[in-house]
Design a protein around this ligand. Structure first.
Ligand code: FAD
Length: 462
């Protein structure tokens, strides 16, 4: 039913520009996204170069009843950037970043990646909070909330979003901000791609770096219990300038690790201090005092380099399945489960990670933006990652089992950008909780026919 009845020549006449069909190399490139589990075939790919192209694509999809999918960076684990049949709107050519250095503002098109934005802003010693993998798209990251190393100090990406240009389901291009289309502006700060296609984001920038104090401390599996509990205590009083995330995985062959540790289960404390250099050592001291590490590699590092530090472990093309829980506190039971499952990772690429939030993220009321999880201090992700299709069942089962066992200790909330495709049942209560009803009413106003449904979908209120 979703497959369009529209002929290629009709699309060609209505869309002009860069239109690609099965068999075309550009089509293959566009439909291939970060998660290799997603292998869908849209009827056509339209590569937009500007807002006018986006308006045309939205109009064609609506008028012809085509399933419309929108690709930013193509990183979402659920793969909603690409649909089966229908029209795929690929925004990757929209790469402009315009800076107003004096006012510390950036206007950014939706095909820009985090690495591209960081590179542009860091040339002037500026940045806005983004995620930790440089090849992620700014568009999807922002629309879900967005957090990374700067968030404890400067808030979520959406807390730094000042305005956006949005193409609505009717094909109208509007500007949303705190003073124009305020409801829409509220909804897109966490509500994903449910409300329209964003063609430009305006961010507040802040002085950052250009060097930060960052790096890794690696602990052995044998000390996992002590390390995790000490981590919890050490970060409880951490300043907002410091973020410390934990990755539980098999050790990659990092040059500063002894070779006999490579491939063994380890706990990696990843730290990033973004305050004045003089305060860095004191801030890091409680984390450095944890247990007896195997090795440590921390020092002044260019912020743009640190933003790419995890790229090699997160490269596109692998099969991936994620589960995610929010936590206010990490209880002993949850930590013990992480320790237990670190002992039986199904593949060397799998990992469990603890992302530390808190700080500025928690100082915003839950109803100030669509992103509601303002009391959350930790996000725990189960990242299953493998390359051989025959391991699908075992990897997914491992992730689900750990997720289910951790559930009684978590808040029940989840960050929409970490939800896999099979979690539609978590959208209402898990992803949006107290903000869902308002989002559903706004969906009914801005997209009553649910044209924008290739996402973690908010059903229009009746
Ligand atoms: C390796 C990896 C690391 C990550 N690390 C972090 C992290 O540190 N912090 C964090 O917050 N998140 C992180 N994420 C999650 C990330 O925020 C989401 O995957 C996000 O959706 C990616 O955005 P994208 O544009 O690349 O994705 P896409 O898959 O292109 O888009 C995601 C969704 O947004 C919609 N969309 C995209 N662009 C637009 C637009 N312009 N207008 C309307 N809708 C649009 C798409 O249709 C889709 O539904 C990570 C993801 C990966 C894979």
């Amino acid at each position: 039913m979703e497959t369009p009845s529209v002929a290629p020549e009709v699309l060609r006449a209505q869309l002009q520009g860069s239109l690609h069909f099965p068999g075309d190399p550009e089509y293959e490139k566009a439909r291939t996204i970060w998660n290799a589990m997603i292998d869908r075939h849209p009827a056509a790919v339209f590569r937009a170069v500007g807002a006018d192209d986006v308006v045309r694509a939205v109009n064609v999809a609506r008028e012809r009843g085509l399933l419309l999918s929108v690709r930013g960076g193509g990183h979402h684990i659920a793969g909603n950037a690409v649909g089966e049949g229908g029209l795929m709107l690929d925004l990757t050519p929209m790469k402009s970043v315009r800076l107003d250095v004096k006012s510390r503002l950036a206007r950014v098109e939706p095909g820009v990646t985090l690495g591209e934005l960081d590179k542009a802003t860091q040339a002037f010693g500026l940045a806005t909070p983004l995620g930790i993998n440089s090849t992620t798209g700014v568009a999807g990251l922002t629309l879900g909330g967005g957090f990374g190393w700067l968030s404890r100090k400067l808030g979520l990406t959406v807390d730094n979003l000042l305005s956006a240009d949005v193409v609505l389901a009717k094909g109208e291009l509007v500007h949303a901000s705190a003073s124009e289309h305020e409801d829409l502006f509220w909804a897109i700060r966490g509500g994903g791609g449910n409300f329209g296609v964003v063609t430009s984001f305006e961010y507040q920038l802040h002085p950052v770096g250009p060097e930060v104090l960052a790096g890794l401390i690696v602990h052995p599996y044998a000390n996992a219990r002590e390390v995790l509990r000490s981590y919890r205590s050490a970060v409880a009083s951490a300043p907002d300038d410091l973020a410390c995330w934990v990755v539980l995985r098999k050790a990659p062959p990092l040059p500063f690790l002894p070779s006999d540790v490579h491939g063994k289960e380890v706990l990696v404390l990843a730290v990033c201090y973004v305050g004045r250099p003089a305060g860095g050592q004191a801030a890091l001291a409680p984390i450095r005092a944890i247990g007896t590490p195997i090795a440590e590699a921390i020092g002044p590092t260019p912020y743009v380099g640190w933003q790419q530090a995890f790229d090699p472990l997160l490269a596109p093309g692998q099969r991936n399945y994620w589960k995610s829980h929010d936590f206010v506190d990490l209880g002993d039971e949850a930590l013990e489960l992480m320790r237990e499952y670190l002992g039986r990772l199904p593949t060397p690429e799998c990992e469990i990670f603890i992302g530390q939030l808190g700080g500025a993220v928690n100082r915003v009321p839950a109803d100030a933006t669509a992103y509601p999880h303002r009391d959350v201090r930790f996000v725990v992700n189960v990242h299953t990652r493998w390359s051989d299709r025959s391991q699908d069942a075992a990897c997914i089962a491992w992730a689900r089992e750990l997720f289910d066992r951790m559930a009684p200790h978590a808040t029940g909330g989840v960050y929409v950008n970490f939800m896999p495709e099979d979690e539609a049942q978590r959208v209402q209560r898990g992803a949006y909780g107290p903000n869902y009803d308002r989002l559903a009413r706004l969906k009914a106003r801005y997209d009553p026919e649910n044209l924008f449904r290739m996402n973690h979908n908010i059903a229009p209120a009746r």
